[in-house]
Every structure is written in structure tokens, then in C-alpha cells.
Design a binder for this molecule. Structure first.
Ligand code: ZN
Length: 89
């Protein structure tokens, strides 16, 4: 279970990245999508890799928790380390 909530992530982004334009397209007005559920779980916690035979394989084990922030205009996606994002907020 994540030790953070959607509200904590939203507050950290608001505090550390206020009014930041997209690095790819420069938009600011359409905002961003934060694909995290109410419990703070993000799909970035599960990594899927594709082998040479194109079969999807899910690799388990320890990993760093990351959260994506997706531009609502062009889809450019930035990945943030959650521990660093929530530090000193
Ligand atoms: Zn963009």
C-alpha cells in the first residue's frame, strides 16, 4: 500500500511546480493529468516489459515509487520520484 495519498501528491505538485509550462509543447492552460487513484496508487508501481516474442512480462521486486504527470495537450509525460517530491512539503 502506498504511504501517501492523491491529496498529498497534488499538494506537492502545486507547491513545487506552480504554473509550469509543458517542456514539449509549452501549454499551460489545459493542465496535466495525474493518473493516481484516491489511495495514492499509480500505475507506475507496476512495470511491464516486452520480450522478443512480444509477450508482456511483469517484473516484480523492489523498485522506486514514481508518479507520472501527463500533459493534457500533447501527452508528454514527466516522471517524478515520489519520495523526493514529497520531501520538505
Ligand atoms: Zn505538452
Amino acid at each position: 500500500m502506498p504511504r501517501y495519498s492523491l491529496e498529498q501528491l497534488q499538494a506537492a505538485f502545486a507547491a513545487k511546480l506552480p504554473a509550469t509550462p509543458c517542456a514539449a509543447c509549452g501549454q499551460l492552460d489545459k493542465g496535466y493529468t495525474l493518473p493516481v487513484d484516491e489511495d495514492g496508487a499509480t500505475s507506475m508501481l507496476i512495470s511491464t516489459f516486452f520480450g522478443p516474442d512480444s509477450d508482456a512480462k511483469i517484473i516484480g521486486g523492489k523498485s522506486l515509487a514514481h508518479v507520472p504527470l501527463i500533459c493534457n495537450n500533447c501527452g508528454h509525460t514527466r516522471i517524478f520520484n515520489i519520495q523526493m517530491l514529497l520531501r520538505d512539503v
